[in-house]
Design a protein around this ligand. Sequence first.
Ligand SMILES: Cc1cc2nc3c(=O)[nH]c(=O)nc-3n(C[C@H](O)[C@H](O)[C@H](O)COP(=O)(O)OP(=O)(O)OC[C@H]3O[C@@H](n4cnc5c(N)ncnc54)[C@H](O)[C@@H]3O)c2cc1C
Length: 396
Amino acid sequence: MSRELPILVVGAGLGGAAAALGLARKGFAVRLIEEASELGVIGYGIQLGPNVFPMFRELGIEKEVLANSHFPPNVMMLDAQTAETISEMPTGAGFVERFHDPYVAIHRVDLHRCLLDACKKLPNIEIMTSTAFARVEDLGDHVRMTTTDGRVIEGLALIGSDGLGSAVRRQFVGEEKPVPIGYVAHRTIVPMDKAPERVRRKEVILWAGDGFHIVQYPLRQESLFNIVAVFRTENIYERADEDTYRSVLMKTYANAHPIMHDMLRMMDLKRRWVIADREPIRHWSHGRVTLLGDAAHATLQSFAQGACMAIEDSVVLARCIELSKGDFAAAFQRYEKERVLRTARIVLESRSLWQFYHVGGVARDVRNDIESRKTPKDMYDCVAWIYDGVKLPESL
Ligand SMILES: Cc1cc2nc3c(=O)[nH]c(=O)nc-3n(C[C@H](O)[C@H](O)[C@H](O)COP(=O)(O)OP(=O)(O)OC[C@H]3O[C@@H](n4cnc5c(N)ncnc54)[C@H](O)[C@@H]3O)c2cc1C
């Protein structure tokens, strides 16, 4: 029976869409299952390191992604009080020569569309929206998933790509919750011509302050301007109106540089994200069920690598399934082994980097001193373990 069943991919975010595409390109039938009624409608900017481009080549969407990308000349850290440059990683020709692929910023909606358009062109992917995973049973030669409204969907195996609050993970790993770190984020995209002249920069810039930061960069041929404001607060779960959020923001960023205030004035404060990650775990595969992306190893945004890791996972996983010739449990064990150290290191080093970004007092002076001494080569060496990317397995 199992030959005719599809592989079930639960969650059609960036990781799930990439997994569905990777598997379908290898000839597997896939059912991509999403609880939302529409796919890919929410999004802000996202940065992508060069490590993800070989994955896009595997997925056949590199050209489309590049066509939608912004190519910043530098990734910079500026001091939130003085606007002085703390560090600068050139991301032009020298960067591409070193890492063989570019560093880009892209609208998440555009990246999602590249993945979903490619999925829609393949006859062996069925997309089901308004369908929420509730639980799954491993029946030995296939799996049976039940939805929250009681429907039953059978498949060869199930991949949980259902994000930070993963229900698939909960069933296998238990009730442990994401770990909030006391910070929240507001995200905004505004038309570039609405942004004051002095904030318009082509670079990806992180303004580092004591307990807060802002990230800025352009998108879509510099027609849009993306701003993320992140700060420490005692009330991470507070849900308030925009005026209340604005007064919190003004208090938090009181000593920030006037250019940061230009950006804060443009913030859309309707929605707030609680910043959280997950404790790294050694095992996230159980028989014919596995996890990927944030469901497996959610990380803080310090390296801007969460989505990149989800996409790397997807391509490695598709390769392991192809190599396994139908032994899903073996494929999932191999995939997990291939991914666990790299993704756990991202999670753990992101936590230290987060502290480093947000220090005050003398620690800030020390940080600025250390960073400002780094040459471009030093900067590249620091991130080479990420940007040099991964080798795809050649055998199980
Ligand atoms: C402020 C911020 C900035 C970031 N910047 C970057 C960056 O610059 N670069 C980068 O690489 N990463 C970045 N990230 C991280 C990145 O967004 C995530 O790591 C990435 O989106 C994870 O993808 P995913 O597919 O695993 O999960 P998600 O994108 O969360 O997708 C999960 C999907 O599963 C669906 N779902 C959930 N539950 C169910 C269910 N029960 N049944 C069916 N479907 C379900 C959801 O609706 C969703 O569509 C950032 C994150 C934040 C918060």
